[in-house]
Ligand binder design. Structure first.
Ligand SMILES: [Zn+2]
Length: 202
């Protein structure tokens, strides 16, 4: 499902249930920090198939308007190299209206902020975004709400069906990890995995 593309509606739900707003409410200093780290989510977010697949399916909202404001031809995929390049270099961003600019800059500072030499092609942006999705899920949001929040936070969107299959495959990956932990016999790891699985599956 794609939400309406009308400009003003895009910002209508800002502040309602966004992760950033929640974080800001809890601790204002954390407003622009990286999504909270939770190590066990690493297991649900392999760099292989499901992580790649979901970030390939994250799109720039109002892509055409954005491209025309930037006076450049960027792909629709938010994690396509040419899109990341524009975001990373920040070229022409001053041409965007203020609300759009704020979201684009938030995206850059939250996902493209690593020190890798080959940034933004190091894989960190994709990994961080996957973790962001898992955190939203852990807060109890369903696929539709997750799409709303990512649009609200960063002006990107996905089809909720794609988010759903991503979460499903995350749960299956954790199940496999849990089985492995049973064999390896670490109770602590097993409990952690079980909790993460419960967070994703609820
Ligand atoms: Zn990196």
């Amino acid at each position: 499902m794609v939400r309406g593309t009308a400009g003003p509606a895009l910002f209508a739900f800002r502040g309602s249930h966004s992760l950033r707003s929640l974080r800001t409410a809890l601790d204002p200093n954390r407003a622009h920090s990286e999504p909270r780290d939770r190590d066990v989510f690493r297991l649900a977010a392999p760099t292989s198939s499901n992580a790649v697949a979901i970030t390939d399916k994250i799109y720039v909202k109002n892509h055409r308007q954005l491209a025309s404001q930037l006076e450049t031809n960027i792909p629709k995929g938010a994690f396509k190299g040419a899109t990341l390049d524009v975001l990373f270099q920040g070229e022409g961003l001053e041409k965007l209206d203020e609300a759009t600019q704020e979201r684009v800059l938030d995206f850059s500072s939250d996902f493209l902020d690593c020190d890798c030499d080959n940034n933004p092609y190091c894989g960190c942006p994709e990994r961080k975004f996957v973790r962001y999705l898992l955190e939203l899920r852990a807060q109890g949001l369903g696929p539709d709400a997750i799409v709303d929040v990512m649009t609200d936070d960063y002006m990107v969107y996905a089809y909720s069906g794609d988010v759903l299959s991503f979460l499903d495959s995350g749960v299956r990956t954790l199940e496999a990890a849990e089985g492995l932990a049973e064999v390896e016999g670490s109770d602590e790891t097993r409990a952690e995995i079980r909790q993460a699985k419960r967070d994703l599956a609820k």
